[in-house]
Design a protein around this ligand. Structure first.
Ligand code: EPZ
Length: 421
């Protein structure tokens, strides 16, 4: 298995360009199922998860080609099945996003249950609640989920989400765009990736209103046509590089950023004494001017502090003198990185969904394991300031979700090597 060797480095300096958002491109690719026309998506990040989604769409009969770098031309006119390939689906939880568009376009969808993962059970009850509300019969058997619309097709309905689930909001939105009548998603997720999907669907001829609020109204239309779209920048990659500048006490200019999407991260870093300046060029993160101080974070659905930045932010807090707390409210098991950070000399105690960090102790390089995508990034950040070498295994998590992770860090002065065992 491949590993990262991370050496202690000087404060990071330079400029970094943010790629298209992983959590936007995956539902956008799934939405292309809804039309027989070509969909052309630009600023597509180079990620293993994108490759998996391409293979899933091809297994359904789709044709995908790359006319230019970071542009995908998706043609789903050859859709030949509405049963997803188990071997491909099991590789990536986000493959469950094909359920809604398959149901919306063909009236039937059969997809293997998405696996849970280290951060939680990752149930799909809210997705299924939405499909049922639209009139589909849902059968869960032999670890497959099958949704079948009635002969007259799906009918718009009001769906209350007990939790503002990102995936459920996206899946239900994609199933509802061609339903007869109007659908209301109440207590919907408000993430920027939801807005990006709604904008794409509306370019395809859908009538989605209210995306970005907790109430989304979808008026069903006859059919959708092709569209062109550019993926929004990745706010989580942005936060990761903001924290790379902060943890190394460097100065980094981050371009291709939507400042509105990272307001909680900016606010908390400023509370710690990091200077964050927004200019026409991009986002300047300056972390070598002030003595940095501890703070407390609590993850919440958007626009609250993003759960995906919880572990990278915790890595940063281990290097700041004083007591900080991190409360995780979105996933039930997203502290797997704590044991790994403590192996590097951090002093973190867990009490339920709260982690107490006594920051300021020197970190030591160690052999650690990436337990999920963002935990892997957190360990790489810690490795930048830990004495000696930090060896991170299970790095496929990181390569699934960060575009050119190593080369981007190297361009800022980091010393990270990828080795194959
Ligand atoms: C999306 O996952 C993201 N993934 C996650 O990013 C992100 O952490 C998460 O949203 C929250 O922002 C993609 O977009 C591909 P949820 P998703 O449904 O849709 C509960 C990363 O690192 N829930 O909003 O799976 C669930 O148990 C990944 O990039 C139900 O109870 O997240 C969890 O506690 C990690 N029933 C909470 O909602 C359901 O039917 C949030 O899950 C669905 C979810």
């Amino acid at each position: 298995m491949a590993k990262f060797l991370v050496q202690k480095c000087d404060p990071l300096h330079g400029e970094i360009h943010i790629s298209g958002a992983k959590n936007a491109i995956l539902p956008l690719m799934a939405a292309a199922i809804l039309t027989e026309d070509h969909c052309v998506i630009s600023d597509v990040p180079e990620l293993k998860d994108v490759t998996v989604m391409e293979k899933i769409l091809e297994s359904l009969g789709g044709k995908i080609h790359t006319p230019e770098e970071s542009i995908l031309d998706i043609d789903m006119s050859g859709l030949k099945t509405n049963v997803a390939d188990y071997e491909l689906v099991r590789k990536m939880r986000a493959s469950f996003f094909i359920m809604g568009p398959l149901l919306g376009r063909t009236g039937r969808a059969k997809v293997h249950m998405p696996g849970g993962c280290t951060i939680g059970a990752r149930p799909i009850d809210l997705h299924l609640k939405g499909f049922k509300a639209l009139g589909a019969e849902v059968i869960v058997k032999d670890y497959y989920v099958e949704a079948i619309a009635p002969p007259e097709g799906l009918t718009g309905a009001a769906v209350y989400l007990d939790f503002p689930s990102v995936g459920a909001t996206e899946n239900i939105m994609m199933a509802a765009v061609c339903a007869t009548g109007t659908t209301y998603i109440i207590n919907a997720a408000e993430e920027p990736e939801i807005v990006d999907l709604a904008n794409f669907l509306n370019k395809m001829g859908a009538r989605v209103k209210g995306a970005g609020t907790d109430n989304i109204k979808i008026e069903g239309v006859e059919s959708l046509h092709g569209a062109e779209h550019t993926v929004i920048p990745d706010r989580i990659e942005t936060g990761t590089f903001m924290l790379a500048a902060a943890i190394t006490r460097g100065q980094v200019l981050i371009t291709n950023v939507v400042p509105d999407h990272i307001k909680p991260i900016t606010a908390k870093l400023r509370e710690c004494g990091v200077i964050v300046e927004v200019s026409d060029e991009g986002l300047y993160v300056i972390a070598d001017q002030n003595e940095l101080t501890a703070t407390n974070i609590k993850t919440l659905p958007y626009p609250g502090f993003p759960t995906d930045i919880q572990s990278p932010f915790m890595a940063f807090l281990t290097t700041v003198e004083g007591a900080s707390t991190v409360i995780e409210t979105v996933f039930e098991n997203r502290f797997m990185h704590v044991a790994e950070l403590n192996r590097m000399g951090a002093n973190i105690r867990i009490d339920g969904n709260k982690a107490m960090i006594q920051g300021g102790k020197k970190l030591e390089g160690a052999q650690v394991i990436a337990t999920d995508l963002r935990a892997g990034a957190a360990l790489a950040l810690a490795g930048l300031v830990a004495d000696g070498t930090t060896e991170i295994s299970e790095i496929y998590h990181i390569e699934r979700g960060y575009d050119n992770f190593i080369s981007k860090f190297k361009s800022l002065g980091a010393n990270i090597l990828r080795i194959d065992d």
